[in-house]
Design a protein around this ligand. Structure first.
Ligand code: SF4
Ligand code: SF4
Length: 464
């Protein structure tokens, strides 16, 4: 079999004239359906719970963009640390690429927030208010009857409340969630930016989950578009075993009659599909790997007392009854790149210092001559990068002949706060030979001696 991937580009949810086909997936039970429901519940719980969890007196995850402070599971970062994110995101990105090469769109089918909320929250509510697929389609065919209108108004009202709830939880990742109650009570004028973001996000989510739905996956999401270059015939995909299924036969219990395959053309795999695909047409870009068609076909095969797996997880090689390779060059490359990114960010994080200290010369005249001495002025810049308030001691490193004036030898800094304290150093002119370096030691209370930092800067004076 050729080693290129024959992904079919067809739009099952868009007609040839560009109009939308509303997809009404049928109800379903099955092992993948159950697994996904459990996963959706866990992921939603995590999403809602994380902003409420505190570590060391700060939220476990808080991206305070306004103050440029980022709290991640007990560690605290400022804007200068954002470079670490590059490696971390690259590692995660290549990890996802490697996962796609191995197992196709498992992310889309099981963990993407779009799928989790649509299938885990919004569709079940629609099922509750508007009934099963057949009823919804019948009402739709009859136009805007009173029955259809009141159900739709109720559905959208509930959707709006949920979209607003999700938007507020999302805001909790950027503003301490415990302060949100106060913000809401204070009204939009107290925090117009937060209000605008939450309103915009509620509107986008309402539009997405109430109407746009699968079109986000099939027409907007770039990850879905990349599928054809990330996967190959050895990638695990959800596919139809054409050799076993064709030619399609009649629905009759027991083995398929002579001259026919196992597919009985019941269309069950099509009506359960959330993107309206007929998986029997081959691997398609619109397939989000949700495995609903597997459950549907297994259910049909069980009833017909035939083996499961006519639609199954397999590679295109496997579906063609040819041997599948697991290890291949592209997988190795993606895995190495992913590991490099994760390793680089882990290394950078392990070297992440609990505070920053720099000694900078004050701009202006490089030195002053005063009564037989040379004087230089500096600023010592200290930033507390711990997630607690810390007391810092600034001390001169004893050097013969030099005298130090440090107006603020002890400074107390809140988490991620910084200070610029002046330091004046004087050296007798007779002892200055042009090669003097000023050294200061910065010590943080509560940290080991190994964390004592020595900062230095050249001392300038008249040339001899
Ligand atoms: S074809 Fe199957 S796996 Fe793909 S989106 Fe449709 S139901 Fe899900
Ligand atoms: S559910 Fe199975 S038997 Fe029915 S049409 Fe789909 S592939 Fe054929």
């Amino acid at each position: 079999m050729a080693r290129h991937l024959p992904i079919v580009e067809m739009r099952s949810s868009i007609r040839g004239d560009g109009t939308r086909v509303t997809v009404h997936p049928a109800d379903l039970t099955g092992r993948f359906h159950n697994l996904r429901r459990v996963l959706f519940a866990v992921l939603m719980l995590v999403y809602v719970a994380v902003p409420w969890v505190n570590i060391g007196g700060h939220p476990a995850v808080l991206l305070d963009l306004v103050a440029r402070r980022f709290y991640l599971f007990g560690a605290v970062f400022n804007a200068q640390d954002v470079w670490m994110l590059f490696f971390l995101l690259s590692g995660i990105g290549f990890g996802l690429v490697a996962l796609t090469t191995i197992a196709g769109r498992v992310w889309c089918g099981y963990a993407c927030p779009q799928t989790v909320y649509l299938e885990g929250v919004f569709r079940p509510i629609q099922r509750l208010i508007e009934g099963p697929r057949e009823k919804r389609m019948r009402r739709e065919a009859n136009g805007w009857s009173f029955d259809r209108i009141w159900r739709r108004v109720l559905l959208w009202a509930v959707y709006l409340v949920i979209a607003a709830g999700i938007a507020h939880v999302f805001l909790g990742y950027f503003t301490p969630i415990r302060a949100l109650g106060e913000l809401i009570k204070a009204g939009p004028s107290a925090s117009p930016q937060a209000f605008a973001w939450t309103t915009a996000m509620t509107a986008v989510m309402f539009f997405n989950f109430a109407w746009f739905r699968e079109q986000t996956c099939v027409a907007i999401c770039p990850y879905g578009r990349l599928q054809s270059v990330l996967t190959d015939p050895d990638t695990l995909v959800i596919g139809y075993d054409e050799k076993r299924g064709e030619p399609r036969g009649k629905s009759k219990k027991g083995p398929a009659p002579e001259g026919t395959g196992d597919c009985v053309d019941c269309n069950r795999c099509v009506v359960v599909c959330p993107t309206g695909i007929d998986i029997r047409n081959g691997l398609q870009l619109d397939c989000i790997g949700c495995a609903r068609c597997i459950d549907a076909c297994d259910e049909v095969m069980d009833k017909l007392e035939r083996p499961r797996g006519l639609v199954r997880y397999d590679s295109l090689m496997g579906l063609s009854h040819e041997p599948r390779r697991f290890l291949r060059p592209r997988l190795g490359l993606y895995a190495v790149l992913g590991l490099m990114g994760i390793l680089a960010s882990s290394l950078a994080y392990s070297r992440h210092k609990p505070f920053e200290a720099n000694l900078l010369r004050i701009t202006g005249a490089p030195y002053a001559l005063d009564n037989g001495t040379v004087r230089n002025a500096y600023n010592i810049h200290v930033v507390n990068k711990q997630n607690r308030r810390v007391v810092f001691h600034i001390e001169p490193v004893t050097q013969q002949g030099a005298s130090y004036v440090i107006p603020l030898p002890v400074v107390t800094l809140d988490s991620l706060a910084g200070t610029n304290s002046p330091v004046f150093v004087t050296v007798p002119e007779a002892q200055f030979h042009g090669d003097f370096t000023v050294r200061l030691r910065v010590r943080a209370e509560g940290l080991a001696d190994t964390e004592i930092r020595t900062v230095e800067a050249p001392f300038l004076g008249p040339s001899r």
